[in-house]
Design a protein around this ligand. Sequence first.
Ligand code: ZN
Length: 264
Amino acid sequence: MPELPDVEVYKQRADAWAVGGRIQHVSAPQPEILEGGSVQSLGRELHECRLQRTRRHGKFLFLGLDSGRWLVLHFGMSGRLERFDCSQERPAHTDFSLELEDGTCLAYVAPRKLGLISLIDDPDDFIAERELGVDALSVDQDSFLDLAKGRRSGVKCWLMSQQILAGLGNVYSDEILYRARMHPKTKVSDLNEDALRGLFAARAEVLEISIEAGADPQRLPDDFLLPHREAGAACPRCDGTIRPLKACGRTAYLCPDCQPPNGQ
Ligand SMILES: [Zn+2]
């Protein structure tokens, strides 16, 4: 499931591939992905618009148009952004694409559905309406410490709550907790300030290194959990074994030796 690092990589792709380009044609082989409008109305509205800028908040990508409006994309369970030559066959599972004046198409590709594309007036209003928390990459340390105050939930649940900190899901919350050597079910209210500062730093390191690696698990450093994230795998840091654990309704992975319960 695409999380903050993946969407940040898609933002970089949109910046490199599409910003500055003028939209000639819109196609939506899977029109159900569009929210609040038909392909025809979207096509009319976007025709001849130039893509001016991009923005990301949590797991949402916003494409700013010279009309002043924005396309917002959420990548659901499996979505990604691709580019193809419009004269060639589009990639399998293309749900939506924008044909640009240079003959390239920016494609939203999703083998599994549940994503979302919509035309909106203002990203800030969209973020407020969805009650999204502060972006998990750009949050500053004081805000991060404030967000933890009075929270009695497990730290994994807290990290994954989009209304508190937008952008983290099951995989990257595990990665951050692994780096911080913290058990997923540790109560946030049981973390002292040093532990929270360590968690804040682990979040920054994991996100920055993952984005630098193109959010590609194959390119992540070997001491990351993600390349070893399966039951029975050897912990790259100690003699321990990676184990699954039900936490916050998801299957978390951790090294119980590096991340003991109530350890800080
Ligand atoms: Zn370990």
